[in-house]
Design a protein around this ligand. Structure first.
Ligand code: DGJ
Length: 737
């Protein structure tokens, strides 16, 4: 609910367990008052005033009222140049060179819906939206702040629209999406860093005086940092403490900056990275920032994650596949790499289909002269030497086996050795007359240009409409360099990186509306573009190129803080693992991959009969557990950053009727006594039958016993030398009686 008290000029946004409050002060500035636990109708006005601080100036209208200084205020949308020296959301240069807008309240209205953001991803669904217009005191520059309230998830979606009515062009040097000011200090920041094949590792660090920034200037959200951060009480755990999530629905360069200031208050800002960014806004034009989803939990990190999971599953992912059961797939990449033809593919499909797998995905290498990774990106025409008879014939043969067919594309890329590049040598990002960087022997198409997008669209559409293709894996295997577009004049080149992202979104939107039945899966060298922006376009993303079950524990653990399991592409692959050389039991690989969109990525012909039987069992089991895993509540039961030996997590049905407990060893040690694990989400006074995944009964216990007294994880026996029995996994079903 959104309330406005005209007398005090206070806005209060109420959600199920939280309140967001702000007010217009006597000078017209929009001050943040509170985002946290409910206020039960009360107001925080005047409670957090810092008092006088030397060197903190009073803005024009304030005269000598230094106590009201913007430098000491909690603000909703801080700007550069007008007396607030901390991190800002907006930096604008007016036609006369002025850089000091004073944004003051002009008007507001409440809309009974969630507005879409043109060309950008955005949450959707039933909600109320508060729109507050701020205007520069001296020129007709407006900032329209949007606050959409998703009550059930304690979420507020925020964005800003900058409108130029000054009568002359202005230049934006920074236009971020969100600022969250808190009147206290002593918080920790959780962020999710990594590298290729090791994404979203959790790092927790106290805020400091000065700025702590995580960001990307790689043109995509990146493997190295994720556009999601959590601010939390120093003592916050999975079960307790205040936590604030800030998640950006954007897939390009971003920044998230947290700082503790001289007065002991804390600020987080997030949005498009100003590094390399400039946007010329003509008179009458507007600039829409990406949306940020803020979520609050006073019940610790676990509740915060579960709120994001539900919000993103229900109000971010769209289309037919957002909630529909996804097929179990087999991908040929790690089975064949580039070495395949139609016969080999059909053999894989046949063997997989017999074991219950539902779809064959033909990965990289089916097009142009793509016999290795040095050529042919951009030539999205079927290679009939490899796929003899063409794609329709392959699809028909695979369909005849009762399987669907999926295809890999890398639409944003071009190889120098390609027909596309020979025909259009100016279509990739580079500055004419200068050299350019190569990465994986490929270049990046200038997706900001319509003609480039049209050409890629036409080639992809022809393949997708010429055969029964049920799935597309949309990959992206390098980051941007030499960002310069032939479509823009010299003084607008700072727009290229953002226009690239808008172009990718436009192409995705076009493909998906033309092929609404196709399931799209995102990928960027694994999880290099695993962000909330992309989940608006495709409901699942290949989580990492690292398919080692033990490494995946950490990657999937970190991912779970901000993203639902239904978004996590996860497969059982061959051992020794292709990324690490490690051998893990087939059972363990199945348990880990089941906490994602399940599939296989190996040569079935190389499996033993026993392993083939396990595939059958795993597929059956995954089907039976699908709704519990994807719609249930997810609980992290052990802190992976502290407990190195094993990992434990649980899915519990919202009504507590069923649960699935997963325990996997990542480090087997001599005489190690495993910890007691406390289950979650059960009905305390009901009884549960607990069985292992072979169907053997462990016992009947009350929910209270399992949650409060807990259950000691089984011991893992070590074997020497290391062998296939190391890294065991245990899975238990709990059914309420
Ligand atoms: C990177 C992806 O993450 C892999 O799964 C595979 O599709 C390769 N690209 C193919 O080039």
């Amino acid at each position: 609910m959104i309330f406005y008290d005209e007398k005090s000029r206070i806005f209060t946004l109420e959600t199920a367990h939280a309140a967001y409050q702000m007010r217009v002060d006597r000078y017209g500035f929009l001050r943040h008052l509170h985002f946290g636990e409910k206020l039960c109708g009360g107001s925080c006005e005047g409670l957090h005033t810092v008092g006088f601080m030397s060197f903190s100036p009073a803005a024009g209208e304030m005269g000598e009222d230094y106590v009201s200084s913007l430098d000491l205020a909690q603000l909703e949308y801080p700007v550069f140049g007008a007396g607030d020296y901390r991190s800002h959301c907006l930096s604008v240069v007016f036609a006369d060179g002025a850089r000091n807008p004073e944004l003051v309240y002009a008007s507001h209205r409440v809309i009974e819906e969630k507005p879409a953001l043109e060309g950008l991803p955005a949450l959707h669904g039933a909600c109320e939206t508060l729109e507050i217009t701020l205007r520069d005191r001296w020129a007709e520059l407006e900032v329209v702040l949007l606050y959409s309230v998703f009550e059930e998830y304690d979420a507020v979606a925020r964005s800003a629209r900058i409108v130029n009515r000054t009568g002359a062009p202005v230049k934006l040097d920074a236009a971020l999406s969100v600022c969250l000011d808190l009147p206290e200090s002593g918080f920790d920041l959780l962020h999710f860093h990594g590298r290729h094949a090791m994404e979203r590792l959790v790092e927790r660090t106290p805020l400091m005086h000065g700025k702590l920034c995580v960001d990307s200037v790689r043109g995509t959200s990146s493997h190295q940092q994720n556009p999601f951060v959590i601010l939390c009480d120093h003592a916050a755990t999975e079960e307790s403490g205040r936590c604030w999530g800030v998640s950006l629905l954007y897939s390009g360069n971003f920044t998230a900056c947290a700082e503790e200031d001289q007065a002991g208050t804390s600020r987080v800002t997030m949005g498009i990275n100003p590094a390399g960014f400039e946007w010329r806004l003509e008179d009458g034009e507007s600039f829409q920032t990406p949306e940020a989803a803020l979520v609050f939990s006073a019940e610790g990190l676990g509740a915060l994650s579960r709120r994001y999971h539900k919000l993103y599953r229900r109000n971010l992912c769209r289309g037919e596949w957002a909630r529909k059961q996804r097929p179990v797939l087999i991908n040929n990449w790690e089975a064949t790499y580039f070495d395949f033809d139609d016969e080999r593919l059909v053999r894989i499909a046949k063997a997989a289909g017999e074991l219950g797998v539902e779809m064959l995905v033909v990965d990289d290498g089916w097009f142009g002269s793509r016999f290795d990774d040095k050529r042919a990106l951009g030539d999205w025409i079927v290679n009939t030497e490899k796929v003899r008879g063409g794609m329709k014939s392959l699809a028909d043969r695979v369909n005849a086996l009762g399987m669907k067919l999926g295809l890999w594309f890398e639409p944003e890329m071009i190889s120098e050795d390609s027909d596309l590049c020979r025909a259009h040598p100016d279509w990739f990002l580079h500055v004419p007359g200068r050299g350019y960087s190569r990465c994986r022997q490929q270049l990046v198409l200038d997706m900001s240009r319509r003609e480039v997008r049209d050409a890629v669209h036409d080639m992809m559409a022809e393949v997708l409409s010429g055969a029964n293709i049920a799935y597309v894996k949309w990959d992206m295997n390098r980051h941007l360099t030499d960002v310069w577009s032939a479509d823009l004049p010299a003084d607008r080149q700072g727009e290229t990186a953002h226009r690239f992202v808008l172009g990718v979104y436009e192409l995705l939107e076009r493909m998906e509306s033309e092929f609404p039945h196709v399931l799209f899966e995102g990928c960027s060298g694994g999880g290099g573009r695993f962000d909330a922006g992309m989940l608006y376009y495709y409901p699942q993303i290949w989580c990492s190129d690292n398919t080692d079950a033990v490494e995946r524990l950490e990657i999937q653990y970190g991912t779970s803080f901000g993203y639902p399991v239904s978004a996590v592409g996860s497969h059982v692959s061959a051992c020794p693992n292709h990324q690490t050389g490690r051998t893990t039991p087939f059972h363990t690989r199945g348990v880990v991959a089941m906490s994602g969109t399940f599939g296989y990525e190996l040569d079935l012909a190389k499996l033993s009969d026993g392993e083939k039987e396990q595939v059958k069992e795993q597929v059956k089991r995954y089907h039976a557990l699908y709704s519990l895993i994807n719609d249930g509540d997810y609980y992290r039961l052990l802190d992976m950053t502290a407990q190195r030996e094993l990992s434990a997590w649980e899915f519990a049905a919202e009504d507590g009727s069923r649960a699935l407990l997963n325990i996997v060893y990542s480090h087997v040690r001599a005489n190690f006594v495993p910890p007691v694990i406390h289950l979650r989400g059960l009905t305390p006074d009901a009884s549960y039958r607990m069985t292992d995944d072979a169907g053997r009964e462990v016992g009947v216990f009350t929910g209270a016993v399992l949650m409060r007294a807990g259950f000691r994880a089984p011991r893992a026996e070590s074997s020497y030398p290391a062998g296939a029995n190391d890294y065991p996994a245990f899975q238990y079903d709990l059914v309420r009686l």
